[in-house]
Structure formats: structure tokens, C-alpha cells
Write a protein that binds this ligand. Structure first.
Ligand SMILES: Nc1ncnc2c1ncn2[C@@H]1O[C@H](COP(=O)(O)OP(=O)(O)OP(=O)(O)O)[C@@H](O)[C@H]1O
Length: 716
């Protein structure tokens, strides 16, 4: 008998048949053991299939009628295929995310009332017809809904008014009619109803939505008063939103940018009547922007820690408190401690997208990208002043699909405001940095990462700094306003276990960040490259390194407001000071990473939910668990030189973590047995908690800090 739940085997066999049995690695038409055999694009937790991620996989066929046979499925992503037929009426009630956009689905939208867990639904870019079902009553957790680019007709059903978490609604390019009143009280931050047949006056509340697009509808605004004589004329309102201005509350990214470019209005007559309202709305927005600006200047995002040695910590805030997001960690949930082993093993790391890149290949790509001239500074570039005059780009979209993130840096202050760097951070000129780094010579190059190269800079007074020169390619969309906000953002991150920001340089189109210099190796080097330091890493030193790193993450996740997700936590980003205490680098720079998936998953640090395009604090906790495993075993998180089955450290290690004999065999041999075995198994227990497949079962960092502190207290 297979390991996978037979109901799920039946369901996936049926789906496979309906899709026309395409060639998919691992998949077989009848029976099989998807969870045990890691079928491509299939996610499992324990013996249940929880996700299917086969977007852009060239699939045809239909969805079949057995989707509701999946016993515990949470996510289906089949966007970007050629799937036809209708959407089955019997969808699985466990579903949280359903992405079917950009296919060839026909027929109507089925009754959705059973999907009470749903948070994201995208059915855009299909050939759906008929009206919207009046079945949204139970969908109070729905955050994103995209039905655009179909042929949906009829009016908005009354139950849409119950979508009390909905922040993004795309209905553009359909044949919808009637009024927009039903949705006027929803907490929307993005609404697109362009190119439909909506009529009646636009409810004034909708005009205050940061991203509202409404052109191409025969709105009847005759009930509104005409504009007063002499009122300032606006440019024709082709769009009710401020193009390019991101929403300050946007927390969810869609699988693809489905917002269409503004179209020419075919309702010029009606727009002239709504101008006063639009003017008022814009005035309110500008006022809001100014207030935000003031807030931006004075707010402290991060509480400064009084002391890094707190042994107790009361009143820990919930990790998630964002609008529309449920807490990701629930203390009342059972800790699936002992199930972690099996659970994680079953999570495949591959999808049909070619993203599972060997770490060495990543390095090769990096090396090609970092061509010679990456080391030279172009002094002929534009001046700083002309730079700030460029338009604000649209909000950054991660290259991964569906990234769901808490905002990790505040969005723009205003479109026109000149960039202001925080006065607390020193500004360096390119000329001075050239002097300190010997013209960014190869000799002073300490290392190269995905977002830039790091140089050693020595000042005339003997002080040494680490200068990170951001790649221009990873930064092409950024302009000075954004860089100044990034610098402001990271200048507010203060923790004794986080690398200190010393200054910045923004000249001649170059962006550099100057940090304190850490003389000792990174933890990666200490464990895997430098025998001398490695031999000095006693068991207690390793616990202290884990504790210091845990405190830094606890601070980022639980003390910073908004919380900061590191997004690239790994041993190479843990620097060691002279006492082998850790200092975490790259904090607050997650937004510069263009491909978190490749960075984390191919390196062996990525949590399984990255497959679904989700990255949260809990994903950092997973990566932290992998670093603890590195400390315990002295094995690399991913090592292509090892036999298959041992290459990904976490997969290899998990089944052994609860077996004391296996544990004593996997521990770093260079420790020569000099560790208390109880301490070893407690360390392993924490790892098991961190690397659980389900993000919500991973503990918050404050709990891990407490566990590590308890361990240290016991030792002493
Ligand atoms: N503050 C610092 N002091 C001393 N060395 C540093 C400092 N910051 C970075 N380095 C060195 O520079 C190297 C490159 O760092 P960087 O953070 O850019 O890349 P990475 O960590 O290797 O990869 P990634 O881009 O994924 O973070 C590090 O491995 C480290 O050796």
C-alpha cells in the first residue's frame, strides 16, 4: 500500500486523466504514490496532497469532476495553461488559493459558497460567461479576486457586499452591468472595473480607493452637481487612480500583473461631472500623502532594544496583525513535532518551471553577470538632480508568482517629493569611496552576492568598512526616492546582533551601502571553508551563535513595525565578530532580491511554501532551522558533491532528528563528542520545530530564543 491517502491518489489520477495524461515527471495514470514519490508540482503534508502547482506547464484538457475528492488540498495553481471545459461545480472546501487564470475555461462561475477558506481566487483571462453567482456570503476571508478579461455579464450580486476582507478586485474587460453600490463598503485598496457596462453614479467612497480604475463604462453622473464655474480643470480623467502610485496597503501580489494599461475614456461627458469629486479625492490623497510623509520622517519603525540579554520577555505581540491576514502562528495549534520528519520529506522542491538551479550554476550566473565593468564606477552618468526627476515606477513585483508578503518597507511618500536621506546616516561621495577602496580594486573585493559586490574600504584614520555596491541590473527600476527610503528603512534597524549601517552613497547612478566591517569569517566560511575557525567552534559557541541569530530575527519579526522579513537568511549572511558572536547582514534588503526562490530553495534554505510563491516570517524561521542544522552537522545546506538523497541537508536530516543514535552519528565529527547529549537532542528538537512543512506550526522566533536561553542556562 502506498503512503499517500487513497482519496488523494484517486483525485489526482482523475485530474491527470481529465488533463489528458500529459507528460509530467513522476506522474502516472493509475495509482502511484504522489507524496512518497514526489510527483512534480505536487505538495504534500504528511500523506495528504495539499497543493498542486503546475502553472505555465503547457497543460490542456479539462479539470474533470473529481477535484472535491482531494481530502486536504489548500492550493491549486494551474494558471497559464490551455485548460478548457468548465469550472467544476464541486470544488474542494479546503481550498485557500485557486489560480486558474489565463486558460480557455468556458461556461459560468459555479456556486462558491462551499469555499469558506478561500483567500485568493483568480479566474481572469478565460472565456467565462453568464452572471456572477450570488454565493459570496461565506467568503469573508477572500482577499484577492480577479475575474477580469472574461465575458461575464449581469449585475454584481448582493452577497459581494459580504467580502469583508477583500482588498483587490479586478473585474475589468467583462460585460457587467448595473451599479457599483454593492462593493462600496469593502476594504478595497485596488479596484478595476474598466470596460464594462456599469452605470449609475460612482459611489463617492470608491473614488477614495488608492488604485481605482473605472474608464470605459457608461456611468450616469447626471445626479451629481455640475462643477462650479472657474473650478480648476483637470486633465481628462482617463483613469480614476493615480497611475503608477502604489497602494500603501498592498500586501498581496498576483500571479501576474493583470492590470491593463489605462484606456481612453469613452465617457468623456460623464467625467466632466465627476471632476469635482475626483479633485476632492486627489486633494484628500495628497493630504494623506503629506501626513504619511511626516509619519515617514518621524516614525520609528523599530523599537530600540534596551539590552540584548533579556532572559524573559513578556507580552509578545502576534507576529501577524495585518488587515485581512489571519495569524500565521496560533499557539493553540498542536505542535506537529514528531510528524515533521515525514512531512517535510514529502515536499518536492521542483515545479515544471526551471528554477531548481544548482548552487554552483547560480554562482556561475552571478560571475557572468558581474562582468569586469561591474567593478568600475561610471563617472559620466547623470547627475543626482536629474535622477530624482524620473517618474516613480510601479510597485516592485517579485519575479516569483504569488508572493504573499507583509510589506517590508513603507511605500512611497509622494510622487514629487525630493528624496531625503536620513541625517543620522553619513553620506559618502563616490570619489572618497574610490579612494578608500583603491578604485574598487579586485584586491579589495571581499565577496559577491546576488544584489551586489562587497568591498573592503580603509579610511585614512585606519577605520575599515564594508562597502556594498548594489548591482545596477538588480536595481534598474529603483530611483533615488526609493533608495533614500531603503536607507531610511535600514537606518532604523538597530540591534546588537545586526550589522550596523554606517552610511550610503547615491551618486552618478550608483547605489552603495556602507556597513561596519566584520573581521572574522562568515558562519558559512567558518563551518565549511576555514578549518582553523571551524576547530574553534565549540558546542557552546554554536549555541551562542544560534541564540544571537535568533535574537536578531526575533527583533526583525516582532519588534520592528512593520515587521521585517529577512528573506535571505543563511550562514553566508551571518558574520562572526572577534568573539565568534554572530552579526546578521542584509537585514531589510529583501526587497532588492529579484528571485528569492532561486536564492533560498536552490541553496537548501527555502521553506516548502516558496513553491506556492509565499514568503513570510515563518519562511525565515524555516531557514533559521536549516542554519541550526548546519551548526549541528557541519554539512552544507545544499551540497551537489554528496550522493543523491543527501544533497539537501534538511531532507536528509529530518528523519534522523528524533533518533538519538542517528543524531550522534550526524553531529559534526570535529566536536569529538564534546557536547552533552541532552543538549544535542534539545538543539535537534528546536530544529524539528523550525523546519516543519506547515508554516503555521513553526514557532515564532521569541519562542526559539527562549528555548535556546533555557539551554544555555541549563549548561551553566
Ligand atoms: N559587513 C561585512 N564585513 C565583512 N565582510 C562582509 C560584510 N558584508 C559582507 N561581507 C562579505 O561579502 C560577501 C558577500 O556578501 P553578500 O551579502 O553580498 O553576498 P552573499 O551573502 O554571499 O550572498 P547573497 O547575495 O545571497 O546575500 C560575504 O560572503 C562576506 O564574506
Amino acid at each position: 500500500d502506498g503512503y499517500t491517502d487513497p482519496r488523494d491518489v484517486f483525485a489526482i489520477n482523475s485530474l491527470y486523466a481529465a488533463l489528458g495524461s500529459p507528460s509530467l515527471p513522476g506522474w502516472i495514470p493509475l495509482g502511484g504514490d504522489p507524496c512518497e514519490e514526489a510527483w512534480q508540482g505536487v505538495l504534500c503534508v504528511n500523506s495528504n496532497i495539499t497543493g498542486i502547482s503546475l502553472n505555465n506547464a503547457g497543460l490542456g484538457g479539462e479539470l474533470g469532476t473529481s477535484l472535491d475528492s482531494f481530502s486536504a488540498i489548500i492550493s491549486i495553481n494551474l494558471s497559464g495553461n490551455h485548460i478548457g471545459g468548465t469550472i467544476p461545480a464541486n470544488l474542494p472546501p479546503t481550498m485557500k488559493t485557486l489560480f486558474l487564470s489565463d486558460n480557455q475555461l468556458t461556461g459560468g462561475i459555479p456556486d462558491l459558497s462551499i469555499l469558506s477558506q478561500l483567500t485568493d481566487l483568480s479566474l481572469n483571462k478565460n472565456n467565462l460567461t453568464g452572471g456572477l453567482p450570488d454565493s459570496f456570503q461565506q467568503l469573508s476571508g477572500l482577499i484577492n479576486l480577479d475575474l477580469s478579461e472574461n465575458n461575464i455579464s449581469g449585475t454584481l450580486p448582493p452577497s459581494m457586499g459580504n467580502l469583508s476582507s477583500l482588498t483587490t478586485l479586478h473585474l475589468q474587460d467583462n460585460e457587467l452591468t448595473g451599479l457599483l453600490d454593492v462593493i462600496q463598503n469593502l476594504p478595497l485598496t485596488e479596484l478595476n472595473v474598466e470596460n464594462n457596462q456599469f452605470s449609475g453614479p460612482i459611489p463617492p467612497r470608491l473614488l477614495t480607493i488608492p488604485n481605482f480604475r473605472s474608464t470605459g463604462n457608461p456611468f450616469n453622473t447626471s445626479v451629481l452637481p455640475p462643477p462650479p464655474a472657474g473650478s480648476p480643470t483637470l486633465a481628462p480623467a482617463t483613469n480614476s487612480s493615480l497611475p503608477g502610485q502604489p497602494s500603501s496597503q498592498q500586501t498581496h501580489k498576483w500571479p501576474e500583473d493583470s492590470s491593463s494599461a489605462p484606456r481612453t475614456s469613452n465617457s468623456a461627458n460623464s467625467t466632466k461631472y465627476i471632476k469635482p469629486i475626483v479633485s476632492a479625492a486627489i486633494a484628500v490623497l495628497i493630504l494623506l500623502a503629506i501626513m504619511l510623509g511626516v509619519w515617514f520622517g518621524v516614525a520609528k519603525w523599530c523599537k530600540r532594544r534596551q539590552t540584548g540579554d533579556e532572559f524573559t520577555k513578556g507580552n509578545v505581540k502576534p507576529v501577524y496583525e495585518g488587515k485581512g491576514e489571519k495569524p500565521k502562528y496560533n499557539e493553540s495549534l498542536p505542535q506537529k513535532h514528531n510528524q515533521a520528519a515525514k512531512a517535510f520529506q514529502e515536499i518536492p522542491f521542483k515545479t515544471p518551471n526551471v528554477r531548481d538551479v544548482d548552487q554552483n550554476q547560480v554562482k556561475d550566473v552571478k560571475e557572468v553577470a558581474m562582468s569586469k565593468d561591474a567593478h568600475s564606477i561610471d563617472m559620466t552618468g547623470t547627475t543626482v538632480t536629474s535622477f530624482s526627476a524620473q517618474p516613480v515606477p510601479p510597485p516592485r513585483h517579485y519575479s516569483n508568482e504569488n508572493i504573499i508578503l507583509k510589506p517590508i518597507m513603507p511605500t512611497f511618500v509622494s510622487k514629487t517629493q525630493k528624496s531625503t536621506f536620513p541625517s543620522s546616516v553619513k553620506s559618502f561621495t563616490i570619489a572618497s569611496l574610490q579612494q578608500y577602496t583603491n578604485s574598487f580594486s579586485e584586491d579589495n573585493l571581499i565577496g559577491e552576492g546576488m544584489i551586489g559586490s562587497v568591498y573592503r574600504a580603509e579610511l585614512p584614520d585606519g577605520k575599515i568598512f564594508a562597502v556594498k555596491k548594489l548591482n545596477n541590473d538588480s536595481y534598474s527600476q529603483q530611483i533615488e526616492d526609493e533608495f533614500s527610503q531603503l536607507v531610511s528603512f535600514i537606518s532604523n534597524i538597530h540591534h546588537e546582533r545586526i550589522v550596523k549601517l554606517v552610511g550610503y552613497c547615491a551618486e552618478h547612478g550608483q547605489r552603495l551601502i556602507i556597513n561596519e566591517y566584520c573581521n572574522n569569517a562568515t558562519l558559512y566560511e567558518a563551518l565549511h571553508l576555514d578549518d582553523e575557525i571551524h576547530n574553534k567552534l565549540s558546542w557552546n559557541a554554536r549555541i551562542r551563535i544560534a541564540l544571537g541569530a535568533a535574537k536578531a530575527l526575533e527583533y526583525l519579526h516582532e519588534d520592528c513595525q512593520p515587521p521585517v522579513v529577512h528573506m535571505n537568511f543563511k550562514s553566508a549572511n551571518i558574520l562572526l565578530d572577534d568573539n565568534f558572536e554572530p552579526l546578521i547582514s542584509d537585514c531589510g534588503l529583501g526587497s532588492l532580491l529579484s528571485d528569492t526562490y532561486t536564492a533560498q530553495v536552490s541553496g537548501g534554505y527555502g521553506a516548502p511554501e516558496l513553491e506556492l510563491g509565499t514568503y513570510t516570517q515563518q519562511s525565515d524561521v524555516f531557514s533559521f532551522g536549516v542554519v541550526m542544522l548546519e551548526l549541528l552537522t557541519c554539512r552544507k545546506s545544499y551540497d551537489s558533491a554528496r550522493p543523491r538523497g543527501e544533497q539537501f541537508l534538511v531532507r536528509w536530516a529530518i528523519p534522523q532528528l528524533h533518533d538519538i543514535d542517528a543524531l550522534s552519528k550526524m553531529v559534526d565529527p570535529s566536536l569529538n563528542g564534546s557536547y552533552p547529549s541532552k543538549s544535542l537532542s534539545r538543539f535537534a528538537d528546536i530544529i524539528s520545530l523550525c523546519v516543519q512543512a506547515e508554516p503555521e506550526f513553526r514557532p515564532p522566533m521569541s519562542e526559539i530564543v527562549q528555548d535556546l536561553l533555557n539551554m544555555i542556562q541549563r549548561e551553566s
